[in-house]
Design a protein around this ligand. Structure first.
Ligand code: DLL
Length: 435
């Protein structure tokens, strides 16, 4: 039987959801216009006043916010309440340029944690569960979000943070964790480590995992489910909109429900900004309609996905998003062809390889090169050099069929590719060094 944290709203009728969004949007636009001079200027430039926004049908009139705006407004330019009313901050990892700092009032934290509580209950969790939170704690939102959600549900929470893999497995076993929360790449590593420690899924009580913060494929889901003996569920979110829990999977494992009482989702054409009809693939844009401290209107996530309002067997009515294939800026253009790392992951796992791989792209004599390094399992490594060369050719050909361009495949010894405890870095694009 489906479990809910806030059934009334999770299963509200479409009319109720629309009415709530209309009312909250109108209020939110006024709040932002009155309190965020940066966004007021954007609205003034576009000639839009708060009175022009009467319902969600007027959403398209509002200007977008991009990451560049957040950088320009760093650190407090998007803050909509006095700093003294905030109780917490989180921040993006900021690999390029300035980090984004997101602020939370106590009410913002409560709502965020409720969203994460919905995610935990949607996978069958309740107060009897022991939730092992192996997302990083600190500025990253993963640890704090799922920790808050687990507390709301009343679970026993193991605040492990990421890393210290032997201790993770020891606590998982000794404290009988039932739900694991971490990145999918770390879940794969934990599964591998469990077996290396001479244990099997029968030695632990884990039943479900809530994995997100990075793109992962259906093949990766099956691989993790097998190695840990669990059901693996997706969770999505970003620092700019609070963190994990913007959307989450239910037991149907077929897309993530977006918490529409707090976020309005749109799909746009990333090139023209035009809003696309439901079912189209495009860039996801979010409007936070309940945030007090850091309320972003029409924030362009750069994540590419599809929305669907098809009826879900779990009874929830909130719109679902597909797994993002990766950010539009994760997409590599190699020899003129669009390539997402997730496409390569799909082929590797389908062909029976481990999810331990690294992709290197470079430019030699004006030609793009694509090298894929994949670990062999111990059994495969005992093959002869000739057999390994044949396997490399076969794998290269399977990747070529998927992408349309030929890679050079390198099968490397087990354990030679660095494992990830947080978000995995799969791609090294050396072309950027030459530019
Ligand atoms: O990754 C928040 C989070 C924590 C989500 C824990 C889920 C679980 P950021 O560090 O700001 O926040 O990164 C946000 O990560 O725009 C996506 O590109 C990517 N991302 C997040 N969840 C998923 C997912 C957190 N389930 C960025 N699938 C987003 C694919 C995801 N990509």
């Amino acid at each position: 039987m489906a479990r809910y944290y806030q059934q009334d709203i999770e299963c509200a009728s479409r009319e109720q959801i629309k009415a709530l969004q209309d009312e909250r949007l109108v209020k939110q636009v006024k709040h932002v216009y009155d309190n965020v001079p940066y966004y007021r200027n954007l609205m003034d430039e576009k000639g839009v006043k708060p009175e022009d926004i009467k319902s969600t049908d007027d959403l398209h009139k509002l200007p977008f916010i991009t990451k560049a705006d957040l950088r320009e407004a760093y650190p407090t330019g998007m803050l909509a309440v006095p700093m003294k009313d905030c109780v917490e901050i989180h921040s993006t990892s900021g690999t390029t340029g300035k980090r984004v700092v997101a602020f939370y009032t106590q009410k913002d934290l409560d709502i965020w944690h409720e969203c994460c509580a919905r995610a935990i209950m949607a996978v069958g969790g309740d107060e009897n569960d022991v939730v092992q939170v192996a997302y990083g704690y600190g500025l990253f939102t993963g640890g704090a979000g799922l920790d808050g959600g687990a507390h709301k549900v009343g679970c026993l929470t193991l605040p492990m943070s990421s890393g210290n893999t032997d201790r993770q497995i020891q606590f998982m076993k000794d404290l009988e964790a039932t739900i694991l929360c971490c990145t999918p790449s770390y879940a794969a590593y934990l599964g591998e480590s469990l077996h290396e420690m001479g244990l099997t899924p029968d030695d632990i009580k884990l039943k479900a995992g809530i994995f997100g913060a990075e793109p992962w494929t259906e093949e990766m889901r099956r691989s993790i489910e097998k190695s840990l003996g669990i059901k693996a569920y997706d969770i999505y979110g970003l620092t700019e909109t609070s963190g994990p829990g913007v959307a989450y999977e239910c037991t149907a494992q077929a897309g993530m429900h977006i918490n529409e009482d707090h976020f309005i989702a749109e799909i746009i054409d990333p090139d023209t900004g035009e809003v696309l009809p439901e079912g189209s693939k495009g860039e996801l844009v979010f409007t936070s309609i309940t945030k007090e401290a850091f309320p972003l209107l029409r924030y362009r996530t750069r994540d590419i996905c599809v929305l669907s309002r098809e009826k879900c067997p779990c009874g929830r009515t909130h719109v679902k998003m597909t797994k993002p294939m990766g950010r539009s800026d994760d997409m590599m253009i190699i020899r003129g062809v669009n390539v997402f790392p997730s496409q390569i992951e799909t082929v590797l796992l389908e062909q029976g390889y481990t999810p331990n791989y690294r992709i290197e792209v470079d430019r030699v004599n004006n030609n793009d090169t694509l090298d894929v390094f994949v670990e062999l399992s111990n059994e495969m490594f005992s093959d002869t050099v000739k057999e390994i060369a044949i396997k490399e050719k076969e794998l290269a050909s399977a990747i070529k069929t998927m992408l349309g361009i030929s890679p050079k495949v390198h099968l490397v010894p087990a354990k030679s590719i660095t494992r990830s405890e947080g978000k995995a870095v799969r791609v090294i694009d050396k072309r950027k060094l030459h530019d």
